[in-house]
Design a protein around this ligand. Structure first.
Ligand code: 7TS
Length: 415
C-alpha cells in the first residue's frame, strides 16, 4: 500500500464505507464482485435504499395538491430534498433547482427552452470534442431547428482542452457553450472555471455537464459562475430517473417551458394559459418523488465525509491503477490528462475491448467497454472504443489487484 493511501485511510474508515453498500457483497460467476463501472452508475448505500422504502411504506402520495396528511408529508420531504440539492451545489436560491430525469433531460431542457427561443441563423454553440452524446445531440437538434452552427473545441492527444484555441473561438457570434466538467470516457477534468471566465468577456451563456464531476468533488455553482449545471442522481449514489438542472434565476425566469401539463401552470383557459412560478414551471406532471427523496439521502450520506479526503483517496487509487498499468506491456492508456479523476480508460493491444470485458466479467470484475457514448473522441483517437475501469470511494487496492490479475489472465487467452 502506498504511504499516502495508508495515511488517508486513518482519517476515514474505508472498510466501514464498503459495509454501507450491500450490493458489493456478492459473488458474480463464482467470484467476489469487483465493481469498477462507477462512471456508468454508482451503487447505493443503505441510507438511500432505506429512505425510499420508508417513503413508500409511510409517506407516499402526490405532491403539492393534497388536502391531507400524506400529501403534505410527501410535499415537505420533496421540497426539503430540493433545498438539500441547493446546498449540495451552493446555489443561491431553491427556485434555481429544477428536478429532471437526469443529465440528459437537463441538457434537453436547456436546448429546447433556452436554445430554441434565443438562437438564430449565424449564431454559434460550442461543445468540446470529448463530450458525451447527450451533450452533443440536443445541440445538433437545436441547430437544425434554428439555423445556428455547432462548433467543436479541440482536444489534444492526452484528452485536454486546447485552451488557446478555445479562447480564439470566442466572439460575438457564440451564444452558448456546453462543456463537460469531467469526461466520462477519459476522466479529464476540464478547466471550466477558467473557460467560464473567458466566456464572460462576451455575452455567452455557459452550461456545464456535471454528470461525472458531482460524484467526485464538491460543486459550487456560484463560484464557477456557470449559467446552467446538470447532474444525475444515479451517478452520485442516489436513484435512477432523477437529476438536476441548476439555472441562474434571472435566466430561468426569462425562459418558457418546453413541456406543458399539470403543475407547471398558474391558470389554464382556452383563451390562454399562464405559467407557474419557478421552479415549478419546468416541472410538468407528477415528479419522481421517491427519486428526489433518495437523492437527498445520498447527499446526506456524502455529507458525513470530508469530500476532499474521499477525492484524495480515489485519486490515489487511480494513481495506483495507473502505476500497475505500466507492468502490462500491451496495455495502452487512453486519456492521460494532467488533471484526471475516477477513470482509467485503456486498450489491450491486439485484443478487442469487448472480448477483454467479457473475460473480466467471467472473473467477477465489472468494467464497461465500447465507445462510452463519446464516439467523436474515439474517432479522433482512431479507435472503436476502450476498456474503462471507473472508481468510487468504496473501491480499494484489492479491487485494483483483482482487475490486473483478471487482465493478465484475459491476456493469456487472447494474445
Ligand atoms: N454526461 C456525461 C459526462 C455522462 O457521463 C453521462 C452518462 C451523461 C451525460 C448522461 O447521463 P444520464 O444519467 O442522463 O444518462 N454516462 C454514462 C457512462 O459513461 N456510462 O453509462 C452512462
Amino acid at each position: 500500500m502506498t504511504n499516502a493511501l495508508a495515511e488517508n485511510k486513518k482519517a476515514i474508515d474505508f472498510a466501514a464505507i464498503r459495509q454501507d453498500f450491500p450490493i458489493l457483497h456478492q459473488e458474480v460467476h463464482g467470484q467476489p464482485l469487483v465493481y469498477l463501472d462507477n462512471a456508468a452508475s454508482t451503487q447505493k448505500p443503505n441510507l438511500v435504499i432505506d429512505s425510499i422504502k420508508h417513503y413508500y411504506e409511510h409517506d407516499h402520495s402526490n405532491v403539492h395538491r393534497g388536502a391531507h396528511a400524506l400529501s403534505d408529508r410527501a410535499t415537505a420531504k420533496f421540497e426539503h430534498a430540493r433545498e438539500n440539492v441547493q446546498r449540495f451545489i451552493n446555489a443561491a436560491k431553491r427556485e434555481e433547482i429544477i428536478w429532471t430525469r437526469g443529465t440528459t433531460e437537463s441538457i434537453n431542457l436547456v436546448a429546447n427552452s433556452f436554445g430554441r427561443a434565443s438562437l438564430t441563423s449565424g449564431d454559434e454553440i460550442l461543445v468540446s470534442a470529448m463530450e458525451h452524446h447527450s451533450n452533443i445531440v440536443p445541440w445538433q437538434m437545436v441547430c437544425e431547428q434554428t439555423g445556428a452552427t455547432l462548433k467543436v473545441i479541440p482536444v489534444n492527444e492526452c484528452g485536454e482542452i486546447e485552451f488557446d484555441q478555445y479562447v480564439a473561438m470566442l466572439n460575438e457570434k457564440v451564444k452558448l457553450i456546453s462543456i463537460g466538467h469531467v469526461s466520462n470516457a477519459l476522466g479529464s477534468i476540464n478547466p471550466v472555471k477558467q473557460m467560464i471566465a473567458e466566456a464572460r468577456k462576451f455575452d455567452i451563456k455557459i452550461m456545464v455537464d456535471g454528470a461525472q464531476a458531482a460524484p467526485h468533488f464538491d460543486i459550487d455553482v456560484q463560484n464557477l459562475d456557470c449559467d446552467f449545471y446538470a447532474f444525475s442522481g444515479h451517478k452520485v449514489f442516489g436513484p435512477t430517473g432523477i437529476g438536476i438542472l441548476y439555472g441562474k434565476e434571472q435566466l430561468l425566469e426569462s425562459m418558457t417551458p418546453y413541456q406543458g401539463g399539470g403543475e407547471m401552470i398558474e391558470v389554464v383557459s382556452f383563451d390562454g394559459t399562464t405559467y407557474n412560478e419557478l421552479p415549478y414551471k419546468f416541472e410538468a406532471g407528477t415528479p419522481n418523488i421517491a427519486g428526489a427523496i433518495g437523492l437527498s439521502a445520498a447527499i446526506d450520506y456524502l455529507a458525513q465525509f470530508d469530500r476532499n479526503a474521499l477525492q484524495a483517496y480515489e485519486d490515489q487509487l487511480l494513481a495506483f491503477a495507473t502505476e500497475q498499468a505500466k507492468s502490462v506491456e500491451e496495455l495502452k492508456l487512453v486519456g492521460t490528462a494532467k488533471e484526471k479523476t475516477g477513470v482509467m480508460s485503456f486498450l489491450l493491444q491486439g485484443a478487442h475491448p469487448n472480448d477483454v470485458g467479457m473475460l473480466l466479467d467471467q472473473q467477477g470484475v465489472a468494467v464497461r467497454t465500447g465507445h462510452h457514448c463519446a464516439m467523436p473522441i474515439m474517432k479522433q483517437f482512431g479507435i472503436p472504443g476502450t476498456i474503462r475501469a471507473s472508481f468510487a470511494f468504496y473501491n480499494n487496492e484489492d479491487d485494483v489487484v483483482r482487475l490486473f490479475n483478471a487482465l493478465n489472465k484475459a491476456k493469456s487467452f487472447l494474445l
